[in-house]
Design a protein around this ligand. Sequence first.
Ligand SMILES: *Cc1c(COP(=O)(O)O)cnc(C)c1O
Length: 455
Amino acid sequence: MIIEPFKIKSVEPLNFTTREQRQQLLKEAHYNAFLLHADDVMIDLLTDSGTTAMSAKQWAGIMDGDEAYAGSRSYYKFESVLKDLTGFKHVIPTHQGRAAERILCNLIGGSGKVIPNNSHFDTTRANIEFSGAVAVDLLNEVGKHPEITADFKGNMDVEALEQLIVKHGPENIPIVMITVTNNSGGGQPVSMANIKDVRKVCDKYGLPLFLDACRFAENAMFIKMREPGYAEKSVKEIAQEMFSYADGATMSAKKDGMVNTGGFLAMNNDAMAEQARNVLIVTEGFPTYGGLARRDLEAMAQGLTEVLDENYLTYRLRTIEYFGEKLREAGVPILEPTGGHAVYLDAARFASHLTPEQLPGQSIVCALYTEAGIRGVEIGSFMFGTYDEHGAHVAPPMELVRLAMPRRVYTQSHVDYCVEAIINVYNNRLSLPGYRILTQAPLLRHFTATLEPIA
Ligand SMILES: *Cc1c(COP(=O)(O)O)cnc(C)c1O
């Protein structure tokens, strides 16, 4: 039996709306779910980032935080939890993950540089490109096929990594990154064997390896459940082993840090850490708070401890699996198997009458909101589509709609409600219209673009 491994001490109401109201609200938001008011959303599966319900102990930590500018007790607590978990020598707090990425790219990016990853998350890619460097995704082949079931679809293609290094020269590859779990590729885990293989290639060419560790605990739990030799190890030991192969990490603690804001940049290299702290001081804050209130460090220290609870992780992964199972039983195409933090609808098969340029994923996002007040996010042509030199649309490998589960926020009956709504939309899928983009920003366009349905 798996149940929510918590009881509820404090609740927030859901705001109910009618279909007619939602049609109007969506139009006013220019058919971009990021532009909706959250109060008009009933079940918000936009992201699992910073949407965690904190525990009573975390809230107690918030009260107990030491707001000293320099040398805060809360910082030392945060640092000691992270050093114990990651083994890295230097831990630099940042206000969220992308701040850590920006500082890192400031140190190692720049034109002529190439940074590989299994799949770069959108902010990582944007920070790399903003520095003038090139971000390359080297996802293994099986990870590119939403219909194939495999244990570690987040793995990096190690051969492609070596070819990339040889092609560009190791001197132009400042770091190699691995994202655990692979958010852009469906929340799929990376195996310990793959991390070790990537480490070997890095050693061969003298390159540092950095983990994008946002969902390290979910990844570690998958390793425990799926990878031979790890069933008897604790999730904490597995996570420690994952970090032991890396030279550093960036993390948005808004994911497996179980907090509403926070992150860090960690590394072993002393000279690099000194440079990183100098950048941090200019743009984020003093190294013992890095742009956060000190109480946030206290909540992170507690959250990074709680996330290793295997009852929590069992429930967490099962929630996503259950959500996916119910959809699959009804014939709804999803990315298989379900990952750690979200169910991904396979929009290419779901709305197969639409071309990638007609944004099938965005069409599903709009329909789910209208149908039931559920907010998901498109991860496909709207988020990652580009244009070639002739202005023709170039689609990314997959058209997905991500339904991300905030941590400890929704119950099984909320999941059942979502399942029912998605099945209704699926059964009427031929009526889903295509969408066109009216206005867009040069980077991360999905956050602010305006759209309209194609008549
Ligand atoms: C969320 C996320 C980031 C960026 O973190 P923010 O806290 O949103 O700035 C980077 N990488 C991955 C894999 C993420 O999921």
